[in-house]
Design a protein around this ligand. Sequence first.
Ligand SMILES: Nc1nc2c(c(=O)[nH]1)N[C@H]1C(S)=C(S)[C@@H](COP(=O)(O)O)O[C@H]1N2
Ligand SMILES: [Mo]
Length: 513
Amino acid sequence: VSADDARPSRPAAGWRAAAGLVAAATAVGVGHGAAGLLDPAASPLVAVGAALIDAAPTPLKTFAIRTFGTADKPVLIAGVATVLAVLAAGLGLVAWRRRGYALVGIGLLGAVGAVAAGTRGTLLDTVPALVAVGTGVATLGWLTRVGRRRPAGRGGESETSRRRLLAGLAGAGTVAAVGGLGGVLAGRGRTRAAAAGRAVRLPVPVSPAASVPVGAQLPGMTPFLTPADSFYRVDIALVTPRVDVSDWTLRIDGMVDRPLTLTYDELLALPMVERAITLACVSNEVGGPYVSTATWLGVPFAEIIEHVGVQPGVDQVFSSSLDSGFTCSTPYAAVDDGRDAMVVVGMNGQVLPDARGYPARMLVPGLFGFVSATKWLKRIEFTSYAARTAYWTTRGWATDAPVLTQARIDRPKSLGTLPRDRPMLAGVAWAQHRGIARVEIRIDGGPWREARLAADAGKDLWRQWSFAYDGQPGRHRAQVRATDATGAVQPERRTKVFPSGAQGWQEIQFEVA
Ligand SMILES: Nc1nc2c(c(=O)[nH]1)N[C@H]1C(S)=C(S)[C@@H](COP(=O)(O)O)O[C@H]1N2
Ligand SMILES: [Mo]
């Protein structure tokens, strides 16, 4: 019997890695459960994901939005979970011989979660990560004890300990599942409670939206008004905030004579207008999907400006969101020049959905969303560009970003087929707050020919177009370009979305069959 045999031996590598994984899962599950009770955004994986979003270099973020679209968040969480799994398996491997290292490792991972949650929220938000550390340390510590093999000799011992380890893994796994499920259920409970508090009747607008003119919607085309669940979504909130309006207020201050704090009811009591407006994202590539149209109900900025008395020297509206570090710079001129800039409370006749910024968001026709459309609005500060710098500006994006003119081909799809019995190309074009004056199509590099414009619903709205094409069967190439109502023709040269939006003509290949 050698000295080594006398040492309590450890289970095989696979078992040890599994113990590390199970300990991490238990920690994350219980941490998630704790966050469900405190603040869903403080769940360790979510908090680390959110911190990564803020820290990610701009090109990476642009890539993620472009590649994963609205699926970018699950992808990010899965990535964080994968990294954690690999580290946890490693800690499990060393846990039997170097228990101290493994426990310190868990502590470090937990510290990352706590710092991520705490710096984005309050000190209380570090609790789920700390609970997770405690759970992880206890679980792994316990698993290493139950799974310790006694020196061989007394027959059957090692079998017993393996069985004990297996039982331990199963037990811890159950705790992980219960904790995680608890977090999910707590989240659902919140959603239901929030929905119950939302049984408000939206105010009747003093100025209703003009109905969309007959003929603005071409038959069989992209819906002119986008339903809320298919409206594009872009934001940095990993967890959709579910706001309880009983303790929500909107603060309006800065360089104003009469700063104002409005409750939800007070906001709803202000005069409202309703307008159909097309919103677009600066991250939309030429031909891309990040543009949609809805009918919005809100308080005009003119009303707010009059209430608070904006002082001379103000050139920026700096708005902040309650969910995260998102802040937004809007040129003061754009909310004070008579356009339909507003603080929105309703969308398509319904109370603003959670994903759209309930209870209130901003909207300024003609500007990209990142400089105009703050969701989960918490504060509006009338200030100067010199005094305040917004979230995306510090990350290199444009400070001032009017929507750029774009035309898009929706029919046929790229590499799609145009049926010979209905040889119609169609799409949308937008140049909010300038309006669309012309759309032209060029087939196979030939001359530009004018498309038929659908009825005009207003300059803050996109416009549909169609083009009858009686081409020969086979492969063709179509290009599209729009001219806005100022007479500016969409430039040919493609640019990147960073820092102020993509430009260039969309071009597709298609088949006539
Ligand atoms: N709080 C908050 N508001 C936000 C954002 C965000 O990340 N956080 N993103 C902005 C961007 S970039 C755009 S394009 C619009 C998109 O609004 P939507 O998701 O309702 O389409 O919201 C804006 N408002
Ligand atoms: Mo955006």
